[in-house]
Design a protein around this ligand. Structure first.
Ligand SMILES: O=C(O)C(=O)C[C@]1(C(=O)O)C=C[C@@H](O)C=C1
Length: 356
């Protein structure tokens, strides 16, 4: 059904389009892109929509959800039944309706939502996950989208458009809703310190601040389930607020306070909690090591392309010196931290040697 040699056409070269271009490049998949608002470098620039479509096996529609239908209408006369159109919007019910209406049974199409963006790619976060919505009008389209994203190293989750949007309404949309509410209420502005509990939220707040405005409106406004989810959240928050107001000003310590969670522990609850936290940190350390290894392989590829030698003793000496200094600043023993980083570098060189 699909042309053997893959050529991807990306329509819309904004933050996500560019990030996808980078992934395709890394995977050795050729692509061209079109975006009147962006100066796309050669050899990826396509002169026009008909030219982009003429050459492509897979067309990725990476424009804001609000512009999708109009774009599909412009694309439709040029599309052929052996091509596949994929949308990559953050909501799925609306784009899938638009594709069903405009492309129907004539050209294969599939709704997808890559759950990563430029920031997660720059941070080498793994795994990269993509939601793919099976399409009863084109049964071969979702399996082809799965192959497409698997080729880029992604893990796939299959979901209906409604299932996807319901999950997103209670996660993505609510997180951004809370974060935006906190930004608007002035949370985190110029605070002299912040507890750990605030730090994860603060990253979300930064995302809300830096992300394109259309993303916020798409995940709230274009998700048919987001309004109801926001309503439930506001109701729940109102209840918590009232319960807190109703607490006696000075509850005696023996009172079972209504808002604490019950403990299931009989032995040493503090030790159990500490060990759980240590397990969590170690798991994060392993995740960080995996992300570091990814970056180190990237450094290897860049050096190999430039014909530079792989081990770099000068860089390693500088790294050890800075890590020792960081250790001192944090009150850790520099020799111990040096030993850890020497082990990491040994691991890194071995991993690079294995060909990554
Ligand atoms: O920075 C580089 O040049 C790398 O290849 C990465 C790295 C590392 O893992 O940090 C790996 C090997 C080099 O000897 C120095 C550093």
């Amino acid at each position: 059904m699909y042309i053997v040699g893959m050529m991807v056409g990306i329509v819309g070269y904004g933050r996500f389009g560019r990030a996808l271009g980078g992934l395709l490049e890394e995977a050795g998949v050729p692509y061209r892109a079109l975006d009147p608002a962006v100066d796309i470098p050669e050899p990826h620039r396509s002169p026009s929509l008909p030219a982009l479509i003429a050459d492509a096996t897979h067309l990725v529609v990476a424009v804001p959800v609000a512009h999708m239908r109009a774009l599909l209408q412009r694309m439709s006369p040029h599309l052929r039944p052996e091509q596949l159109v994929l949308d990559v919007g953050s909501v799925k019910v609306k784009p899938v309706h638009a594709m069903a209406e405009v492309l129907g049974a004539r050209v294969p199409w599939v709704g997808t939502h890559p759950l990563f963006g430029p920031l997660s790619l720059a941070m080498a976060e793994r795994p990269l996950r993509v939601v793919v919505c099976p399409n009863p009008l084109h049964p071969a389209a979702a399996p082809e989208a799965v192959r497409f994203f698997a080729r880029l190293g992604c893990e796939i989750i299959e979901q209906s458009p409604e299932g996807h949007d319901r999950v997103m309404a209670h996660t993505h949309a609510l997180t951004f809703f809370v974060a935006k509410g906190m930004v608007d209420a002035g949370s985190g502005l110029d605070v002299p310190f912040a507890p750990a509990s605030f730090q994860a939220l603060s990253r979300t707040i930064q995302l809300v601040r830096s992300d394109a405005g259309h993303l916020f409106s798409a995940i709230q406004h274009d998700n048919p389930f987001a309004r109801e989810a926001r309503g439930h959240l506001l109701e729940a928050l109102g209840n918590v607020h009232r319960e807190l107001d109703a607490l006696p000003a000075e509850a005696p310590p023996s009172d079972a306070p209504p808002l604490t969670l019950p403990t299931l522990d009989s032995g040493l609850p503090e030790l159990r909690e500490t060990r759980e936290l240590i397990d969590q940190i170690d798991q994060e350390l392993v995740e960080l090591l995996a992300r570091r290894a990814e970056l180190s392989r990237r450094a290897l590829r860049t050096k190999a392309e430039a014909g530079q030698p792989v081990p770099d003793p000068a860089r390693e000496d500088a790294m050890i010196a800075s890590r020792r200094a960081w250790a001192s600043e944090r009150g850790l023993e520099p020799d111990g931290v040096e030993a850890i980083f020497r082990a990491i570098l040994r691991f890194s060189r071995r991993d690079q040697h294995r060909g990554g």
